[in-house]
Design a protein around this ligand. Structure first.
Ligand code: ADP
Ligand code: ASP
Ligand code: MG
Length: 460
């Protein structure tokens, strides 16, 4: 049985003709690995498509359509730089066709606002459709056997538009049936990430940044040798490079470490990417498409657990905390269940939870349903909401059972008010909330303390 390598390229890796060319070279140089390529929309395209649906939803169909003109032009121009005829002309025809279909969907959005989320997914999917068509055409033009695959035939999901969950049995069956025959004939399947379809064939999307997740699911379905996430940085870094420019590549992470970092804001990996890989023990490698020979980060089951070592710091902004205080909690059972049922009912994910004798604090990053949630929680106790917070998460397997980490963190940022402190149940993370305005400063200082101090790099 062929053991393919799934190679996922993000939006910046296919931002323009030079980037596409580079991807073709990276894939071409690794044909022996039996690549299955998963590609994002060209950078900025999902945002543009999303904006057009918002405009259409306001009833401004002509504006919405006009808004996308440059996006379609950009695809055609990129193709004309990369392809010769007839491939270039065929692709231009495909783009024209897509442009018409998108215009139809935008009209439908204005006419049927009740179907907005489903129609929006249909529009968003065109970003990945267009990039995968172009990459497959380019690989063919460069002499490889490549086939564009409609991801909706492989990734079968539930009906949750905008954040659909793949149905694994259906997805694995469909993916194997579609892709193994191609791999056996030596072809490179090229599919869009992020998109899927429900059982009735209606387009769904997996949530922003979801192409990483697609790569992981496809990797699990095919029992891949490796899942490679090709992006614009050299692997997972010790902190977000936009905040800490001196952040360094972390060479190895355990699945647990990578999952925590992704969950708490390291955008380089979609939070759900690690789960499908864990089940079959498939290694995940994060590589830089601008520096293909650099080693990047390898995520796998084992990690060298340097004792007392912090591997990386993640953070995320836009966090809200909710504190429920009630004397009824004392010695009562059923209270926490009632509390969590409120969040479940409003389909709101809770990130961090801490409890004391008479209060529970929790953090959310999606506060859309907060007013309704608060109203219901008030029947359980006094509710206090705090907005404009950020979460910082310090991660490392070596933290397990290591004393002193909290002291080191708090002494480094002693002038910043820290709330909601949690040493994750896995004990490989130490997580807390602070006010959003000071998060960049705090991350910089923590990075300095854990990674830049002369004597012992990253030692507590
Ligand atoms: P892609 O388009 O390839 O999916 P993303 O923009 O989603 O790329 O993710 C890569 C970006 O993630 C990097 O450019 C970087 O700014 C950001 N990032 C945040 N935290 C980290 C981290 N700890 N390590 C690496 N990159 C990070
Ligand atoms: N194109 C999608 C997005 O921008 C998915 C992805 O790039 O992972 O969110
Ligand atoms: Mg991404």
């Amino acid at each position: 049985m062929i053991m393919p390598t799934v190679m996922k390229f993000g939006g910046t890796s296919v931002a323009d003709a030079a980037a596409f060319e580079n991807v073709a070279q990276i894939v071409g140089a690794r044909i022996a690995l039996a690549p299955v390529v998963v590609v994002s929309a060209m950078s900025g395209v999902t945002d543009a498509l999303l904006n057009s649906t918002v405009i259409a939803n306001e009833g401004r169909v002509a504006d919405a359509t006009a808004f996308l003109a440059t996006t379609f032009l950009r695809h055609k121009q990129t193709a004309s730089e990369l392809l010769s005829n007839p491939a270039a002309a065929d692709y231009v025809k495909d783009v024209d066709e897509v442009e018409k279909e998108v215009a139809d969907y935008l009209r439908l959005i204005a006419a049927h606002p009740e179907q907005y989320r489903a129609l929006q997914d249909a529009v968003l999917a065109f970003g990945e459709t267009l990039s995968s068509l172009l990459l497959a055409a380019l690989l063919s033009e460069r002499g490889f056997i490549a086939r564009q695959i409609d991801a909706r035939k492989c990734v079968i999901t539930d009906d949750e538009h905008g954040r659909a969950a793949p149905l694994l049995t259906e997805t694995f069956g469909a993916t194997q049936a579609m892709l193994f025959p191609l791999l056996e004939m030596g072809a490179v399947p090229v599919m869009g990430g992020f998109i899927g379809a429900n059982k009735n064939g209606k387009t769904t999307t997996l949530g922003r940044g979801g192409s990483d997740y697609t790569a992981a699911i496809i990797g699990a379905a095919l029992n891949a040798r490796e899942i490679q996430i090709w992006t614009d940085v050299t692997g997972v870094l010790t902190a977000d490079p936009r905040v800490v420019p001196s952040a360094q590549t972390v060479e190895r992470l355990s699945y647990g470490e990578a999952a925590e970092l992704a969950y708490f804001g390291a955008k380089v990996l979609h939070p759900k990417t690690i789960q499908p890989a864990i089940e079959d023990g498939i290694p995940v490698r994060i590589c830089n498409s601008r520096e293909p020979e650099a080693v990047g980060t390898l995520v796998c089951a084992q990690t060298e657990t340097t004792p007392r070592t912090v591997k990386a710091i993640a953070h995320k902004k836009g966090v809200t905390t909710v504190q429920i205080t009630s004397a009824r909690m004392l010695g009562a059972y059923g209270f926490l269940r009632a509390l969590f049922e409120v969040f479940e009912k409003h389909r709101t994910v809770v990130d961090v939870v801490t409890t004391s004798e008479v209060s529970v604090s929790l953090s959310l990053d999606d506060a859309t349903s907060l007013p309704l949630i608060v109203e219901e929680l008030e029947s359980l106790g006094t509710v206090r909401v705090e907005k404009g917070l950020a979460i910082i998460c310090v991660v490392g397997e070596g933290l397990r059972g290591t004393p002193g980490i909290a002291a080191r963190v708090f002494s480094t940022i002693s002038d910043i008010n820290v709330t909601l402190i949690s040493q994750g149940s896995s004990s490989i993370n130490f997580t807390f909330a602070i006010e959003e305005e000071r998060v960049n400063e705090a991350v910089k200082r923590l990075h300095e303390a854990f990674f830049e101090e002369k004597v012992s790099t990253a030692t507590i």
